[in-house]
Design a binder for this molecule. Structure first.
Ligand SMILES: [Zn+2]
Length: 142
């Protein structure tokens, strides 16, 4: 089954690690090497300590649902209805929030605070393949 149509991000040096980490099964964010703060969206300077020593690092891929809506409208072709648009917070640093879809789950079963884990949706693209981070229920979460 081919993935649904998506508007794909344009890759550049600041976001490439985020959008292509899925090739290695990794959810990656820029992280301050001095204080450990994750920067998302990417910024050139750490907002905590003004450090410029930043590097991409993988996180666990675990997160919690902060909010969600169940979408019954076919805003984009190819998406199976209904689908869940959610904001998730990564467990390492809840201020890092991603707007994403919850997949492999009945839309009616999604709850605020539900533990989820990343799964990647691969999109081949002549400008560089993209791996969209989506989330599914995490069966190993306590
Ligand atoms: Zn810092």
């Amino acid at each position: 089954m081919s993935p649904p149509f998506r508007v794909l991000p344009r890759l550049d040096d600041t976001n490439r690690e985020f959008w292509t980490g899925g090739a290695h099964g990794e959810l990656r964010f820029w992280r301050c090497q001095d204080c450990g703060f994750y920067l998302h969206p990417p910024q050139p300077i750490c907002p905590i300590d003004r450090s410029k020593r930043l590097a991409p690092e993988a996180v666990s891929g675990r997160a919690r649902v902060a909010s969600f809506t169940i979408n019954h409208q076919p805003w984009m072709p190819g998406l199976e209805l209904p689908y869940v648009v959610a904001i998730v917070e990564i467990v390492e640093q809840p201020s890092v929030r991603l707007t994403t879809n919850i997949v492999n789950c009945e839309p009616g079963a999604v709850r605020i605070g539900m533990p989820v884990r990343v799964v990647f949706e691969h999109h081949a693209d002549p400008d560089g393949d993209v791996y969209l981070p989506l989330f599914e229920p995490d069966p190993e979460a306590s």
